[in-house]
Ligand binder design. Structure first.
Ligand code: FEC
Length: 297
């Protein structure tokens, strides 16, 4: 019998269209939202068909259930911007008798503006009621690199250029020596080596209109630069996300795909890890190592 529990954290997604205003308000943390930005976000979710139910939260639940059965210890989902909240997940872990809580975010690369925010919520909820083991990063995890490399290799033709992507952040993050960009490029390099890719580049995606500069190049501009260099076949490999959600299905599959069409390019992307058992096995390995649990039989 173990007294270890896992809080598996994700960004969170509205359960239905009517939740979008409250969800967006949570992301903005009380800062005002221009009405046209809210309308635009509602429209994006509507176009993805989340009127009554949202597949992202189903994927997270599937991943949670698979991780729990793989590890044989309780795993609770905690969302940064939606329900069930990270604090609710921590509360359930403690009520269940956990003396050690492992915090694992479904995002591989550390930044003070992303992973650290998950840590703050979890640490505040756990307090001194249990030991907290928090996984800060796992973007260079060999099993994750192997999984992405296999997906890239399976979709690669001889002439394909691979564009790795990750969520952009306000550019000021680099001023404080944040490791985000360094860690992203390390994952790209590892995957490119493993898949023996000849031509690859990196671009950011999903910049928000917050009125300050964000890290670039943005994928939409980058596709234009590649077209000028006569690249006409692109495979997108998102390294900073692990599931099908708005940022993948809208920003890549809709917006970037349309830009590519306008430029006369072929654009494909790898399938996301979602709840693939090989990906769940990678997550389980990280938790076992962090909590010094026995290896899988
Ligand atoms: O499918 C879904 O419903 C949720 C998709 C989703 C994921 C995601 C991941 C990351 N974000 C990161 C940073 C920021 C920063 C801001 C920001 C804003 C938004 C908005 C939506 C949204 N994000 Fe997101 N993000 C997702 C969704 N994100 C919706 C607000 C409207 C919009 O911009 O379109 C700016 C906040 C502000 O205004 O102050 C910064 C980072 C990640 C990857 C790591 C992670 O998953 O936590 C970093 C998925």
């Amino acid at each position: 019998m173990t007294d270890v529990a896992v809080v598996l954290m994700a960004y969170g997604s509205p359960d239905r269209l009517a939740d979008v205003p409250a969800y967006y308000a949570d992301i903005r943390g009380g800062r005002p939202i221009r009405p046209e930005l809210l309308e635009n976000l509602v429209e994006r979710y509507r176009r993805l068909g989340i009127e009554d139910s949202n597949p992202l939260n189903e994927i997270t639940e599937e991943t949670r259930a698979a991780l729990e059965s793989e590890l044989g210890i309780p795993v609770f989902t905690g969302m940064r911007h939606w329900t069930p909240r990270i604090a609710d997940a921590a509360g359930r872990a403690l009520e269940g008798g956990a003396h050690t809580v492992v915090g694992l975010v479904l995002a591989p690369h550390y930044s003070s503006l992303s992973i650290e925010k998950y840590r703050e919520q979890l640490a505040a909820a756990v307090g001194d009621r249990a030991e907290l083991l928090f996984v800060e990063r796992w973007g260079s995890e060999p099993g994750f690199v192997e999984l992405l490399a296999n997906r890239v290799r399976d979709s690669l033709d001889q002439m394909t250029h691979v564009v790795f992507t990750a969520h952009s952040l306000p550019a000021r993050v680099l001023d404080s020596g944040d490791p985000y960009q360094r860690e992203l490029l390390e994952t790209c390099r590892l995957v490119a080596d493993r898949a023996a890719i000849g031509a690859w580049s990196f671009a950011y995606q999903s910049e928000s209109p917050t009125g300050e500069p964000w890290l670039g190049p943005d994928i939409l501009d980058h596709l234009g630069e590649l077209a000028e260099d006569r690249v006409d076949d692109v495979l997108v490999c998102p390294v900073g996300f692990v599931a099908d959600h708005l940022e993948i299905r809208w920003d890549i599959d809709t917006e970037a795909a349309q830009r590519a069409r306008e430029l006369g390019m072929r654009l494909r992307r790898i399938g996301m890890p979602n709840a693939d058992p090989r990906f769940v096995a990678v997550l389980a390995g990280i938790v076992r190592r962090e909590a010094a649990l026995p290896a899988a039989a």
